[in-house]
Write a protein that binds this ligand. Sequence first.
Ligand SMILES: [Fe+2]
Ligand SMILES: [Fe+2]
Length: 152
Amino acid sequence: MPHIIEKLHQDHERVEQLFTKLQATSTGAKKTRENLCRTLAQELKAHTQFEERIFYPAVRESGDGAGPKVKHALEEHREVERMLMRLEKMDVASEEFMDLIGQLQEAVQEHVREEEDEIFPLARKGIEEEDSTQMAIRHDKMIRDVRHHVTR
Ligand SMILES: [Fe+2]
Ligand SMILES: [Fe+2]
């Protein structure tokens, strides 16, 4: 089983791919935009939920000044959530929608950078192999459950 931070990195890449696909859609492709936006929101929610319930608490326990970093990351999650809520109410064919997608992409990229640069090294050091494996199993299950809901 890959280390939990490999799993989380793969999630980050998948989210970035969804942004790229969204940016490439034309204004008329309403259904495609809606579907991509829904998938993006679900992936982001599943990922952040996993981090908040399982991953961040483990990082926090690793000590090494992890507390403030996790606190900052949680604030960024809230910001992303607020943007997703605003997106839900928008017309996907509007300019505002794509503007906000751009802002969300930047916010997520910045968050991912900080997470990978500052939190992942702590996790790599502080989380035992066995715990990482347990987390990776729970991660896959949580992501699978969300995808199952979306496709049903
Ligand atoms: Fe995060
Ligand atoms: Fe993340």
